[in-house]
Design a protein around this ligand. Sequence first.
Ligand SMILES: [Zn+2]
Ligand SMILES: [Zn+2]
Length: 158
Amino acid sequence: MSFTVTDLPARLVEKITVADGHWLWTGGWVNDAGYPYVRHDGRDQPAYRVTWKLLVGPIPDKTPELDHLCVTPLCVYPGHLEPVTHAENQRRIRERQTSCRRAGHDWTVPRNVRVRPNGKRYCAECDRQAQRAKYAAGRAAGLTAAQARRKLSSAVPA
Ligand SMILES: [Zn+2]
Ligand SMILES: [Zn+2]
C-alpha cells in the first residue's frame, strides 16, 4: 500500500516533510516520548493516528494501537504503521533493534532505516555503502579493463 501526502488536508501537508520514505511531522508539538500531536476533529490526538484515519480509515477496536514499523516517532506515513494490540506493541518495543546488526549503524536516525513493503526494516546506511562500493568497484574494474586493453594492443605485433 502506498500513499500520497497531498491526499491529506493542506493544513496537515504543510506540517510534513517527506524524507527517505518517511513523512516526518514538523508541526512542532511533540509529547515526552517524541510523538507528534495535532488538533483534529476538535481534540488533540497523535498526528500519525490522524493521517491513518484520513488515508486508511478507522483504527480497528481489536488493534487500537498503531505500531511504528519504521521506529521513527515523528513519522506519520500510514505505510509505516500497523494496527496492533497494546500487548503486541509493548512486546515489539522490548524486542526492537536500535542499530543494524552488520555495522551497528544507529537506527534511531530516520535516514538510516528503510522499511520494506512487508514491514521489515533494513539498514539504509549499509545500503548506501554497498552502492558506493559497487560504484567504486565498477570504476576500478573499468580502469583495469582499459589498462588490460592497452597491454593487449601493445602485445600484438604491428
Ligand atoms: Zn516512517
Ligand atoms: Zn548498517
